[in-house]
Design a protein. Structure first.
Length: 250
């Protein structure tokens, strides 16, 4: 006999993780929440609209992104206070992880409203667990500053920390980062992950100079997760980078 699932709770902000590439990574619970929400707050309504159409979900959409989050956050809180169910999604992955969401969550908590996370895909976790680097302690720093001085200082601070360092980086600044790491931490293990869960998923492993050489041979496109191994986990000089994609989805 099937167990009846509990209904969604009125006045709750649901943080719904969505696929970072492979649509099979949506969870059954995420689909149930999206279907049951009164409104879906999306980073890009066009992008989320395509996702919803794929799963035959028809719900009102409102935009919630970096440049309107203060104004739209007030509207979301008003909806919650009136007992509506609001699902918050970003373009890919888990809301609030280097994506919009943190501000409205903090506001909802301060207002005494209910917030519930619907776990799922997250580039940070996918890259870390497949990296081969230590996972018992890691530090996630999101995107580095764009300005060179701030960026250099931040990198110097991060590389003093124990554990694996995890960063997000845009395709326009990866080469610069590889050059910086070749000078700053030449003996650390480095993993460059891109296109996670997609057809051309790839993890490059090796010392910074090894990964830099492969980048010079063939620059890559896509969004990147960069993982820097801790000082205590420095590899032997004979270790070679692995340039093979871990998985290929067709």
């Amino acid at each position: 006999m099937a167990t009846e699932l509990p209904p969604l709770t009125p006045g709750t902000l649901y943080l719904v993780a969505t696929p970072i590439g492979n649509l099979e990574d949506i969870t059954l619970r995420a689909l149930r929440v999206l279907r049951g929400a009164d409104v879906i707050a999306a980073e890009d309504t066009r992008h989320t609209g395509n996702l919803l159409r794929h799963f035959s979900i028809h719900k009102p959409l409102i935009s919630y992104f970096k440049f309107n989050e203060r104004r739209r956050g007030e509207e979301i809180l008003d909806r919650l206070q009136r007992g509506q169910i609001v699902a918050l999604v970003t373009d890919a992955g888990t809301p609030g992880i280097s994506d919009p969401g943190q501000r409205v969550v903090a506001s909802a908590v301060r207002a005494g409203l209910r917030v519930e996370a619907i776990p799922g895909a997250c580039a940070l976790v996918a890259a870390l667990t497949a990296s081969g680097l230590p996972t018992d302690e890691f530090h996630f720093a999101g995107f580095l500053p764009v300005k060179s001085g701030q960026r250099s200082r931040r990198l110097a601070e991060l590389t003093q920390l124990p554990g694996t360092i995890v960063l997000y980086e845009s395709p326009y600044r990866v080469e610069k980062l590889l050059i910086e790491l070749t000078t700053l931490v030449p003996d650390r293990r480095l993993v460059l992950a891109r296109e996670l869960t997609k057809k051309f998923e790839e993890l490059l492993r090796g010392h910074p100079a090894d990964v830099m050489a492969e980048w010079n041979r063939k620059p890559r496109k896509g969004e990147f997760v960069v993982l820097i191994g801790p000082p205590s986990d420095a590899p032997s000089s004979s270790e070679k980078p692995d340039h093979r994609p871990l998985t290929t989805d067709h």
